[in-house]
Design a protein around this ligand. Structure first.
Ligand SMILES: *Cc1c(COP(=O)(O)O)cnc(C)c1O
Length: 427
């Protein structure tokens, strides 16, 4: 495909380029294993001397084609699919961290990632310091330690809908000689490509807009290839010194810009094995083929809903970066000029029970533990996704107890608005 193909073309065609007589549609290679004619050939694959397929836990043609499409959309040098967004964020960090290391993360992140960083990584000996992403560069810099290995944030936070100042975060990360990892799940590369703003690694929960139909749970890690690991070789021994589990091969020397990706696949996938099934990758690919059509519609509908809620007297507050008086409006103008996403955070006047009553009165809009798909849905994080967090942790994670997360779908806007209107009328 043309190197300069535009986003819409990449959504439809990137990753799978059939040769003469091959299937036009990406085939599902539902096979754990691959056959070779002699022992030598397979031995070379195990030594990473040759590229090729031998076992689906490491690589699979269907999974790889979809990963190539996402890498092309983000403008990265390579990508790997994972079995979930959780696995993607874990791998992105664990690929460059080990026991005794430290990371810095925005506190405005998905509840699952907050737990992963604050609780589970800690059990593995990796500490995380959470910072407010609105704090000054000096303040955020104070969270860094000699053993800090990465800085993390979400382009648009789930569920708070805050927009990250990616350039500021990139400046801080690079001043400390560490990469910036950005979870770009909510805007998708259709609305923001964090590499263009200095991020080094991008992660996704492909479960959300990329799939768009709520058919598979999946994730993806994409590398820009831009971070100079060798410059900080002492900080990243896993990439810059010989790997005993690969006959003393050094990733940066053997694979240059593909060092980070090769290590994720050949080490983390080999040992931890969070791969998606090829069938799930196929479903994800169907979603990606229409991503460029769905995202603008999500944004258009969400803008209308946000404006409606903003003007309704029963609504206490609304966070949607498309509203001119939203705190993130300026940031969104810069990083998300084509639109942000379909997710809105808002609170109703009244107490916790008011939120519950509103949600229970919705007819078409469903209460589901999901976000960012074609069907409009709603969730109350304090009583659902974030219920394991204490009130203090909730506030730290930027989640107000009355926050309702409304994920606006691609149905007819009049039907979405009338359902919200009738539910509000029942309060
Ligand atoms: C959902 C989500 C995740 C976790 O992804 P799963 O696919 O559910 O494991 C991570 N980050 C963000 C921003 C998400 O919305």
């Amino acid at each position: 495909m043309e190197k300069k193909a535009r986003l819409a073309t990449l959504c439809v065609q990137a990753g799978h380029e059939p040769k003469n007589g091959e299937p036009r549609v990406l085939p599902i290679v539902q096979s754990t294993t691959f056959k070779y004619d002699n022992t030598e050939e397979m031995a070379d694959l195990f030594d990473l001397k040759k590229e090729g397929y031998f076992y689906t836990r490491l690589q699979n043609p269907t999974n790889d084609a979809v990963a190539r499409k996402i890498a092309a959309l983000e403008g990265g040098v390579g990508a790997v699919l994972t079995s979930s967004g959780q696995a993607a964020n874990f791998y992105a960090v664990f690929n460059i961290c080990e026991a005794g290391d430290h990371i810095v993360s925005s506190n405005e992140i998905y509840g699952g990632t907050y737990n992963l960083f604050g609780v589970t990584l800690k059990k593995l000996g990796i500490e995380c310091t959470f910072v407010s992403q609105e704090a000054s560069e000096e303040e955020i810099s104070r969270a860094f330690k000699p053993n800090t290995k990465a800085l993390f944030g979400e382009t648009i936070s789930n569920p708070g809908c805050r927009v990250l100042d990616i350039e500021k975060f990139a400046r801080i990360a690079h001043a400390h000689g560490v990469p910036l990892i950005v979870d770009n799940t909510f805007p998708t590369p259709i609305n923001c490509r964090p590499f263009e703003w200095g991020a080094d690694i991008v992660t996704h929960s492909t479960t959300k807009y990329m799939d768009g139909h709520a058919t598979q749970v999946g994730g993806c890690v994409v590398d820009s290839g831009n971070f100079d690991w060798e410059k900080y070789a002492d900080r990243y021994p896993g990439l810059c010194t010989p790997d005993e589990s690969y006959h003393g091969l050094t990733y940066t020397k053997a694979f240059d810009k593909m060092a980070y990706m090769t290590k994720i696949v050949s080490q983390l996938m080999r040992d931890l094995g969070s791969i998606p099934s090829p069938h799930n990758a196929f479903l994800l690919n169907l979603g990606l083929e229409t991503l460029h059509l769905r995202m603008p519609r999500h944004c258009e509908n969400a803008q209308r809903v946000a404006e409606f809620l903003h003007d309704d007297k029963r609504v206490a507050w609304v966070h949607y970066s498309g509203l001119p008086d939203d705190e993130c409006y300026g940031m969104a103008k810069k990083y998300l000029p084509e639109g942000s996403c379909g997710v809105i955070a808002f609170g109703l006047k009244g107490d916790r029970q008011t939120a519950v009553q509103f949600m229970d009165s919705l007819r078409m809009i469903a209460i589901v533990t999901h976000v960012a798909d074609a069907r409009t849905c709603v969730l109350h994080p304090a009583s659902h996704t974030h219920r394991q967090l204490s009130d203090e942790q909730l506030r730290e994670a930027g989640v107000a107890p009355d926050l309702i997360r409304l994920s606006v779908g691609i149905e007819d806007i009049e039907d979405i608005l009338s359902d919200i209107r009738q539910a509000l009328d029942q309060l």
